[in-house]
Design a protein around this ligand. Structure first.
Ligand SMILES: [Zn+2]
Length: 98
């Protein structure tokens, strides 16, 4: 058994600041649509109904920025106990734009 940590960071942009070129594959649950690369299935971004935001996965960039600092955490009930706090914490999704 091997235990590892995979850094997984998303950046939230106002929806009007995001332009998508090309086709994506899309899966939509009740209120959230997740978009994937239609060739390899890599996650690209997600959009929740009425949120006015796009949640872009940093791994979707050709050159992902490495100098960003999170200001809040979501779904903290699932976080590992040994992680230090990374800002304001939310039990589920943070829905407000700020
Ligand atoms: Zn791909």
């Amino acid at each position: 058994v091997r235990i590892s940590v995979c850094s997984f960071t998303n950046v939230i942009w106002p929806a009007e600041d995001v332009t998508v070129q090309g086709d994506t594959a899309r899966w939509k649950g009740t209120t959230h649509a997740q978009h994937f690369c239609s060739s390899c299935g890599s996650p690209l971004f997600g959009v929740s109904d009425g949120a006015g935001e796009s949640e872009v996965m940093l791994g979707a960039f050709d050159i992902a920025p490495t100098d960003l600092t999170p200001t809040y955490e979501q779904w903290v009930g699932r976080r590992e106990r040994w992680l230090h706090s990374m800002g304001e914490q939310f039990a589920g999704d943070r829905t407000a734009v700020a």
